[in-house]
Design a protein around this ligand. Structure first.
Ligand SMILES: C[S@@+](CC[C@H](N)C(=O)[O-])C[C@H]1O[C@@H](n2cnc3c(N)ncnc32)[C@H](O)[C@@H]1O
Length: 265
């Protein structure tokens, strides 16, 4: 695995992608699952460019608190800029596997498309369990990248590109094992909802359309894919779109769980 580097360039790209219609829809679904209430303390683990933090601040109001954690200084500076002037927002630089906050200090925790990047998922879940108060709520959202269904006239090249793209993650199919991992970490009332993101246009407002430039950029020079192969792959997608033959679909999974009031005996 050769991981994604969340540097300034990627932070800028994600800030733009996260304004896309599908990303707004995704945040709405995740926030509905979290059900933040006025006055609550929320931790956003792997907060990225801070869109969730800004939206959650509206939900928790002046008496609530939102703390964002991320290891990327570039992401944190975008997030801090987004929430400038909000005295009840805080952003901390840390690895999500060792959360620098006190035990039982939060009513709810959110972790959207982060765990799939982290090698030690158990450490992150143990930390989330520690920082939630007993009865506190957790929402974890990840993509099963094996559910991607993507039309191409060159399925072999598409397969190579998607295999190389899997290399940007520690766990390309994490949702398959998340329920048991959550249970092992001590969470209860675990449930899951699958949400489809499908598109018949390579429109940047859709999840599939928005990730084409990221994939082209990442796979070039990996797994035997030359920069010319990568650009031929994205050019084919633009051509299919122009011909009305574009198709992308994938399933993303939203898990909810609670830290039980008491530990099982
Ligand atoms: C795909 S972005 C998701 C951002 C945000 N959760 C959202 O949905 O808007 C993944 C984020 O996780 C952060 N991240 C990945 N691995 C991390 C780690 N081990 N510790 C802290 N942050 C991490 C990245 O810096 C990036 O901001």
């Amino acid at each position: 695995m050769s991981p994604m580097i969340f540097d300034e360039r990627l932070a800028g790209q994600l800030e733009s992608i996260y304004q896309a219609r599908d990303m707004v829809r995704r945040r709405q679904l995740a926030r509905d699952a979290l059900s933040a209430a006025p006055g609550e303390r929320i931790i956003d683990v792997g907060c990225g460019p801070g869109f969730f933090a800004a939206e959650l601040l509206e939900q928790v109001g002046a008496d609530g608190v939102v703390v964002g954690i991320d290891s990327s200084p570039a992401m944190l500076s975008v997030a801090a800029r987004r929430c400038v002037g909000r005295r009840n927002a805080g952003f901390l630089a840390a690895d999500v596997a060792s959360l620098p906050v006190r035990e039982s200090g939060f009513d709810a925790a959110l972790c959207v498309q982060v765990l799939e990047y982290v090698p030690d998922v158990a450490a992150v879940l143990a930390g989330l369990h520690r920082v939630l108060r007993p009865g506190g709520r957790l929402v974890v959202w990840d993509v099963d990248w094996a559910t991607v269904s993507w039309h191409s006239g060159d399925p072999a090249r598409m397969g190579r590109v998607l295999a190389a793209w899997d290399g940007h993650l520690a766990h390309p199919s994490l949702p398959r094992t998340l329920a048991s991992r959550l249970r092992s970490a001590g969470f209860a009332d675990i449930s899951v909802a699958g949400h489809t993101f499908a598109a018949t246009h390579a429109d940047p407002d859709t999840f599939g359309g928005s990730i084409i430039p990221l994939i082209e950029q990442f796979v070039a020079g990996r797994n035997g894919i030359s920069p010319a192969d990568a650009s031929a792959w994205s050019a084919e997608q633009r051509r299919l779109d122009a011909e009305g033959a574009f198709f992308f679909g994938c399933i993303q999974f939203c898990f909810t769980a609670i830290r039980p009031l008491t530990r099982p005996a």
